[in-house]
Design a protein around this ligand. Structure first.
Ligand SMILES: C[S@@+](CC[C@H](N)C(=O)[O-])C[C@H]1O[C@@H](n2cnc3c(N)ncnc32)[C@H](O)[C@@H]1O
Length: 262
C-alpha cells in the first residue's frame, strides 16, 4: 500500500530523512527524554525474548538513549545500538561508559553486516518509517545485519486502538522537576490525523531559563495484515504476534525470522 505523507511530517523522522525528530535529536530534549518517558516496564519482555530465542548478539535499531541496549549488555550479551540522533546516543554513552555496547550513529540504512542473532525495535520505532519504501529498506538493512535465520522482534501500535484520540484528550501539561535542570513543562498537541499518519507536536518549557523547544513528529499506524504482508515480501517469516505484556490490547509485538540471505 502506498500512502501520501501529510506535510507536517515531511521534514522530520523516518528513514533516509536524515534529521530525527527534535525530541530525540535536540540536546536539551534528549537529556530529559527518559524522565518524561517514565518507567520502562516494557523492556523486561524484550530481554525475556532474547533468552527465549537464544540470542547472544543483539542489534537495537533506534536505540535512542540506550535503555534496552544497556539492559541487554548487563545480561552479558554483545549489543550494537544504532540511532540517527547523536544527542540521544550521547545520553546513552554517558549512562554506561564501560558497557559492552557498540553505538553506531546513523539510521537503519547504516547498519553493517553483523551476524546478529536478533534485531529489536522498541518504543514503537517501527512507526517512524513513513513510506512503503522507507519501511522496506529498513527491513532489508536489518536482514543484512542478521545472521541467516536470525530474528527480528518489534512492536507497533494497533491502529484500531486509536491511541491518537487518547493523546488529543490528554494534552497536559505535565511538569517534572529534574535534578540539575529544574522544572520542565511538557504539552502535547495532535496536529493532524490523516490515516495511516498521525502528527503531533510536543512543546517543552524549561522554567529555569524560559527556553521553549518544540518537536514535531509523524507516525504511521500499520495494520497487522499490512505488516505481515510486508514482512513476507522482504523475506521474514512471522513466528508469532504477541501482546506487549505492559500494554495489553494496544500493540502488536511481531516475532519474526529472516528467511533469505542479503
Ligand atoms: C520513541 S524512540 C525509542 C527509543 C528506544 N528504542 C527506546 O525504546 O527507548 C524512537 C527512536 O527511533 C529513532 N529513529 C528515528 N528515525 C530512525 C531511523 N531512520 N533509523 C533508526 N532509528 C531511527 C529516533 O532517533 C529515536 O531514538
Amino acid at each position: 500500500m502506498s500512502a501520501e505523507i501529510p506535510s507536517p511530517g515531511r521534514t522530520s523522522g523516518g528513514y533516509g530523512r536524515g534529521v530525527p525528530d527534535a525530541i530525540f535529536a535536540h540536546r536539551r530534549l534528549a537529556l530529559i527524554y527518559d524522565a518524561f518517558d517514565g518507567p520502562r516496564d516494557d523492556l523486561d519482555a524484550y530481554v525475556g525474548l532474547a533468552g527465549e530465542l537464544g540470542a547472544e548478539r543483539v542489534l537495537d535499531v533506534g536505540c535512542g538513549t540506550g535503555s534496552l541496549a544497556l539492559l541487554l549488555a548487563g545480561t552479558g550479551r554483545t549489543v550494537v545500538g544504532v540511532d540517527p540522533a547523536a544527542a540521544s546516543l550521547e545520553v546513552a554513552r554517558s549512562k554506561g561508559p564501560d558497557a559492552a555496547v557498540t553505538w553506531i550513529h546513523g539510521d537503519a540504512a547504516a547498519i553493517p553486516a553483523l551476524g546478529a542473532d536478533l534485531a529489536v525495535m522498541t518504543g514503537n520505532v517501527a512507526q517512524v518509517f513513513l513510506t512503503d519504501e522507507d519501511w522496506a529498506q529498513m527491513l532489508r538493512a536489518i536482514g543484512t545485519a542478521l545472521r541467516p535465520a536470525g530474528y527480528l522482534v518489534f512492536e507497533t501500535r494497533r491502529p484500531e486502538r486509536r491511541a491518537w484520540e487518547e493523546w488529543a484528550a490528554d494534552p497536559g501539561p505535565v511538569t517534572l522537576d529534574l535534578p540539575g535542570i529544574g522544572p520542565v513543562e511538557q504539552r502535547r498537541e495532535v496536529t493532524a490525523v490523516d490515516l495511516p499518519f498521525v502528527s503531533f507536536t510536543y512543546t517543552y518549557t524549561f522554567l529555569a531559563d524560559g527556553a521553549v523547544v518544540t518537536s514535531d513528529s509523524t507516525l504511521r499506524f500499520r495494520s497487522r495484515a499490512e505488516v505481515e504482508s510486508s514482512l513476507a515480501a522482504q523475506g521474514y517469516r512471522v513466528l508469532d504476534v504477541r501482546e506487549a505484556p505492559d500494554r495489553p490490547g494496544r500493540e502488536f509485538v511481531f516475532v519474526t525470522e529472516r528467511l533469505t540471505g542479503p
